[in-house]
Design a protein around this ligand. Sequence first.
Ligand code: HPA
Ligand code: ZN
Length: 307
Amino acid sequence: MLDFISALPKAELHLHLEGSVELPTLRELSSEVPGDIYSFTDFQGFLRSYGTVCLLLRTPGDYALVTRRLLERLQEQNVRYVEVNLSVGVMLWKNQDAAAMFGAVSQAAAASPVPVRWIFDAVRQFGVEAAERVAELAVASTGRGVVAFGIGGDEVRGPARCFRDVFDFARSRGLKLVPHAGETDGPASIWAALEIGADRIGHGFRAIEDPVLLSHLRDHNIPLEICITSNVRTGAVPSLKDHPVRRLFDAGVPLILSTDDPAMFGATLNGEYRLAAEVFGFSRADLELTARRAFEYGFDSTPPSGP
Ligand code: HPA
Ligand code: ZN
């Protein structure tokens, strides 16, 4: 099974660059890395650690380095297409030159054989005006591989309805919309994300609590980006066996397996496929279908023709 999973051509659609920085790389960047930086036990702890990592990324060279390392890891796993979330909302909060940082990461990506597209992510709890600035930067970079605009962070403290105008603006300029929703809040948060135009949902596993929502996602072909290890590590699900991935799949909801913040959670994309197989009983055919569909749900991907 492991060889089968490794050999599958895969697309990764929910991954944050800032969450992909492994501890040794963090230590190359700074001598002040807290030893327990990745030892959070709940979602708020995770958000604090994520913020700390972001603060350790200071220069365009730092961003280029972590991009190169990430793409090496993805290439090793036979990832043939990736959409990387960039926390532009956090860059602006840090008063960084986001355009310079994006220049560095896109240059690093151009040197990799893995095709890379970008999602500029705003932080819900930083508010609407901050999100508008992120959307404007995303729009200004559509010619350079930016395909979507997203909102992440705390969905309870930053409800989706506040971002309607920002989403309208981004969509009108050709961007796709990928809010995180239904991770720490329930189905109402997913409905709100759909109402403002979500093309895919980051996480969204709590759709399992609402049969009407499950049918809606299935009938409108709106995929959930499922990140099993992430949900366990942030405590969004009580335990691994409680994760509803299998029930979502059986309900015909389109889903994509992803890692979210691989270094922070100790996740790999091959590992997520392995969990689907070993814990949730996905057959080889299920995994093959899931992997192939991920390319279809990419905003600018070409499904691979051969192995
Ligand atoms: N959810 C919310 N905020 C985040 C995430 C996530 O999965 N990853 C990075 N920031
Ligand atoms: Zn995420």
